[in-house]
Design a protein around this ligand. Sequence first.
Ligand code: DQA
Length: 144
Amino acid sequence: MHILTINGPNLDLLGSREKDIYGKDNLESIENQLHKVARELKISIDCKQSNHEGEIVDWIGQAKDKIDGIIINPAGYTHTSVAIRDAISAVNIPTIEVHLSNVHAREEFRRHSFIVSVCVGQICGFGASSYELALRGLILLLSK
Ligand code: DQA
């Protein structure tokens, strides 16, 4: 089983960015934890990050027929990107939307996601653990 994790804009700054909201873990440590869980679950995982919408759209398109499941934190693009939404819809790969923070308990504009309606579901508010929960949930779903 091959899983792709995509992190969107400014998530390369985790660990120094608004630590009171996003926590102290940097992206490298989050990805290391995902690799550890992937070894435990005996699956393969590829982790990517980009600040560019088109690059994220390209990666989703290239995943077609190669990747079994996607975990995506679209970050700011969650609330703006029809293009990422259309890419997920086009490839028809089970996808989970992830956020470190509870987007529903923050500013009004963060409550709307263009992405979630083409996803299996959304996990948010668990900090860095949101990713591990998403990975375990996705594997449970794909194993059924
Ligand atoms: C985020 C929430 C988004 O609203 C925000 O733009 C981010 C991070 C999160 O993981 O909590 O960049 O996706």
